[in-house]
Design a protein. Structure first.
Length: 619
């Protein structure tokens, strides 16, 4: 076979393989109804997927040196991995990633008998066909080996380079940037893709997704991983103080464990910080119950990183500001719901948005939640549009009604972590009606007035929802505690500039002041709590969980005893600054290094923390 014919054949096979997957997972009629820009974006991404598949075929040829045997083997492996991903999403609502190869034994045990039989039968038939074809086909010429070597190595090297966080950014940020830079946004880079693995696969194709995840894993293993010794990790949790025993004391056992409800309200902030002309009485319920502010790790977005810190007490800064939900949390990880499960709590994550965003459906399983109630569970697909506002986000009526239903339907103490979405940016719409608030400041554009009016109305609605929840909870017999906070400041775009919120362009770029990360933290309870742990200028998101446990008179596990030890020496470990306390009773440098070791162990290392703490629970 000539070089040209072989390469055309390889490209055709690569195209057909990607196109078949596209047809499988895409409703073609709906795709054609999407905007032209979105269609082009998806087609560009799939073009890269075709190119990557072609490079894999060429790489396989270097090993086999037989054209048709190469096509058969390479595309069977693509089909097999794609099939495994489809089945994993079907059974576990999570996507197939490279680390899953370490769970072959567990997968074999958990898989249904029919699925095992189907897979092994398919592999057996393939091997028989492959061996037959391989024996019949002759080796290709040496020049084919050279051509395929050049193409495969060049293309794969390009994609490896493109996958790193700073792919081509430096070259494409200059004034003389190439016209090719407009296409860099379509290159695979799954490390911080907030939409989650399922939708990334839909946007990129499975081959491209799996390649990018594999490169991410190798990059993390080589450049970001330090395996912390087990005895060093064990020492972190070895000596909890007396009040932090894992089991309840006799006096506590006689008390009814309280319900604990976290409401993380989308983009909720004290907007009066923007300007004195902003109405002061927008959120009376939140203001009345505010105990402090939450120091968020994010500004204007990145909701999942706030969840990550609150639920695990791990740290975004120490994790290189990555989206851990997407890049890291692929295995069981010790967390607040996991601990509360051991005390007899029924744990629920709730979000009135799709279950796949930020990989939540998989992450919440790994964090130990008993269930995840997403919008798919809240309302059937036929009726869903009734609850979607003008901006395309579900109203919070769904969320709060599900919180109330969960509280009524169980005799166990409830831990509910609820994430709202109706006041999500952007705000260039009238989702709550027009001109509810008059924007009186001079020099504000009509576009910014519209955005601010929508945002302020959303703040007021959030306060009303919290007030109604409190009134409903008052009817419960069980003691209940509600913790309300905003995940981050809103993305108000030009509104900030027109109000002069940032003192300079440098301050806007660097955001080194904590005021850019503080959101209201309000706490209500129908029983006496200890408010002292919750007071202060602010509480960092990664220190919130043990403060809530202490306030509710719930004993701390060794894990949270350690986190409290860190918080006794540091106000925050944050991108604005690492903030030591003056009255620390320990070696501050050592404490910070231990906290770094814990983060490294859980996220990149052997995760001895989970194994040790799980063993302590069993014992």
């Amino acid at each position: 076979m000539t070089t040209l014919k072989q390469q055309v054949l390889f490209l055709l096979v690569a195209f057909l393989s990607v196109f078949i997957f596209f047809l499988y997972q895409e409703d073609l009629n709906k795709f054609l109804q999407l905007s032209e820009a979105y269609q082009k974006s998806r087609l560009y991404k799939y073009s890269f997927s075709v190119l990557l598949n072609y490079a894999f075929i060429s790489l396989f040829y270097l090993l086999l040196r037989k054209t048709f045997a190469t096509i058969l083997l390479s595309q069977f492996l693509v089909f097999l991995l794609t099939f495994i991903n489809i089945k994993k999403e079907q059974y576990l609502s999570s996507s197939f990633v490279p680390n899953d190869f370490l769970l072959v034994k567990e997968t074999f045990i958990a898989s249904p008998l029919l699925l095992k039989f189907t897979v092994f039968t398919g592999i057996t038939l393939f091997l028989a066909l492959f061996i037959f074809l391989y024996k019949k086909e002759n080796f290709g010429k040496n020049k084919l080996l050279l051509v395929n070597g050049i193409f495969s190595v060049s293309i794969l090297s390009f994609f490896v380079t493109a996958n790193f966080t700073n792919n081509f950014n430096q070259a494409c940020s200059s004034a003389s940037k190439s016209s090719l830079c407009q296409y860099t946004a379509f290159l695979p880079n799954t490390r911080g893709d907030w939409v989650g693995d399922h939708l990334t696969i839909k946007n990129l194709g499975f081959t491209t997704f799996f390649f990018s995840k594999s490169v991410d894993s190798i990059n993390t293993k080589i450049f970001q991983t330090e395996n912390i010794p087990e005895d060093k990790v064990q020492a972190l949790y070895a000596e909890p103080a007396a009040p932090t025993e894992l089991t309840l004391s006799p006096s506590q056992e006689n008390k009814v464990l309280p319900n604990i409800i976290f409401v993380m309200s989308e983009s909720h902030w004290d907007a009066t910080q923007l300007d004195k002309s902003i109405p002061k009485n927008l959120t009376p319920t939140i203001h009345k119950n505010q105990v402090s502010t939450l120091l968020s790790p994010s500004f204007g977005g990145g909701t999942a990183n706030v969840e990550f810190e609150v639920l695990t007490s791990l740290n975004v800064l120490l994790n290189h500001n990555e989206l851990a939900y997407v890049s890291k949390l692929k295995r069981p990880t010790y967390s607040l719901p996991m601990y509360l499960n051991t005390l007899g709590y029924d744990t629920t994550a709730m979000h009135n948005n799709g279950k796949y965003f930020y990989n939540r459906s998989a992450v919440y399983q790994n964090l130990g939640f008993n269930r995840f109630t997403s919008i798919e569970n809240m309302v059937n697909a036929a009726d869903r549009q009734k609850f979607i506002n003008q901006a395309g986000w579900a109203t919070d009526d769904l969320l709060y009604s599900n919180i109330q239903n969960q509280l009524k339907n169980s005799e166990q103490p409830q831990f509910i972590y609820a994430i709202s979405v109706e006041n999500h940016p952007m705000y260039s719409d009238d989702r709550f009606g027009k001109d509810n608030y008059k924007i009186s400041k001079a020099g504000i554009s009509d576009a910014s007035k519209r955005q601010l009016n929508t945002y302020l109305t959303g703040m007021k609605r959030a306060d009303d929802k919290l007030k109604n929840l409190i009134e409903n909870v008052k009817q419960l017999d069980r003691p209940t505690m509600i913790i309300f906070f905003g995940d981050h400041l809103p993305n108000l775009q030009a509104v900030y500039d027109e109000y002069g919120f940032f003192a300079s362009a440098q301050e806007k770029a660097e955001k080194k002041d904590v005021k850019f990360f503080e959101t209201p933290l309000a706490v209500w309870s129908n029983f006496p709590i200890d408010r002292k742990p919750l007071q202060g200028d602010f509480i960092a998101a990664h220190f919130l969980a043990p403060k809530v446990l202490e306030a509710a008179h719930i004993p701390l596990s060794p894990y949270y005893a350690f986190i409290n030890k860190v918080s006794s020496c540091y106000n925050a470990v944050h991108q604005t600054a690492i903030m030591p306390k003056k009255d620390c009773q320990f070696d501050q440098t050592q404490i910070l290094n231990e906290y770094k070791d814990m983060n490294m162990d859980v996220l990149n290392g052997k995760n001895f923390s989970y194994q040790i703490l799980k063993a302590q629970i069993k014992s």
